[in-house]
Design a protein around this ligand. Structure first.
Ligand SMILES: [Zn+2]
Ligand SMILES: [Zn+2]
Length: 230
C-alpha cells in the first residue's frame, strides 16, 4: 500500500469511528473502541480457555462433594477479580445493561447444558435502584446460545438490603425461604439458576429453595464469576 492510501485509510477509519460513536455512543469497556459494546477479543481476554469451574452449592468446594450429596453444581466461567470484576461493576453500577447478553452468550458457549432446561435468573433485590436485573440480561445471553426458555419467576419475599457489603457470615445466614416463585410452574423442564456473581452461595440456595417449593427440579446454577474461591 502506498503511504498516500495508508493515510486515507486511517482517516477513513477515524471518521467511521467518530460516526459510529455519534450513532451509537458506546465504547468497549476494556479497550475503549467506539461503537462496540465489548469486542470479542476483549471479552475472551477476561475468561480462561476452559469451561470454568464447578463447585458444591453448600460449601463451594469442588463438585461433586462427598459431604453434600444433595447439593447442586454452581458453574462459574471466571473467578471474580481483575477484568471479570470490572465488567460486573460496569454492568451493575455503570448501568451498562448491554454487557449482560455478551457475558451470557460466552457462558452459554463454554458451558453446555446436559439436556433441555429452563433458565431462571436470581431476582433483583426489592428496593434496588437499578433499572434492570443484570442476572436476567445474562440469562437472555445464555438462552440465545442454548435456545432454551428464560423464566423470570423469582421474587424476594421482603424488602431486603443488597448483599453487597455484608460479611460472609451474615450472607450465609440468609433464610432459605427468602425467595418465592411467582405463579404456577408452567413447564416440567429442570431449572438452571443464573446469577452474575456467587460469593457464598446463599442467594442461589434460597433461589433453589423457591424452585423446589414450587415443585420444579434444580439442575444447577450458572454464574459469570465465582468469588471467594481460590
Ligand atoms: Zn475492546
Ligand atoms: Zn459441599
Amino acid at each position: 500500500m502506498t503511504p498516500h492510501r495508508g493515510i486515507w485509510r486511517s482517516r477513513l477509519e477515524r471518521a467511521a469511528g467518530v460516526l459510529l460513536h455519534l450513532l451509537w455512543p458506546v465504547t468497549c469497556p476494556v479497550c475503549g473502541r467506539p461503537g462496540s459494546i465489548i469486542c470479542r477479543e476483549c471479552i475472551l481476554e477476561v475468561v480462561e480457555k476452559g469451561p470454568g469451574r464447578e463447585c458444591c452449592s453448600e460449601c463451594l468446594r469442588p463438585f461433586p462433594c462427598a459431604d453434600h450429596p444433595a447439593a447442586f453444581p454452581i458453574k462459574g466461567l471466571t473467578t471474580f477479580g481483575g477484568l471479570s470484576r470490572e465488567l460486573v461493576h460496569s454492568l451493575k453500577y455503570g448501568s451498562r445493561k448491554c454487557l449482560g447478553k455478551p457475558m451470557g452468550r460466552l457462558i452459554g458457549e463454554r458451558i453446555r447444558p446436559a439436556g433441555a432446561v429452563a433458565l431462571v435468573p436470581v431476582p433483583l433485590h426489592r428496593g434496588s435502584e437499578r433499572a434492570f436485573n443484570q442476572s436476567l440480561e445474562i440469562a437472555k445471553g445464555i438462552s440465545g446460545e442454548w435456545v432454551c426458555p428464560v423464566a423470570d419467576r423469582l421474587a424476594w419475599r421482603e424488602r431486603r438490603p443488597s448483599q453487597v457489603g455484608l460479611s460472609a457470615g451474615l450472607r450465609k445466614k440468609l433464610p432459605r425461604d427468602s425467595i418465592a416463585w411467582k405463579g404456577k410452574v408452567d413447564s416440567d423442564l429442570p431449572v438452571v439458576l443464573v446469577d452474575d456473581v456467587c460469593t457464598t452461595g446463599a442467594t442461589l440456595r434460597a433461589a433453589a429453595g423457591a424452585v423446589r417449593a414450587a415443585g420444579a427440579r434444580v439442575e444447577g446454577a450458572l454464574v459469570w464469576a465465582l468469588a471467594g474461591i481460590s
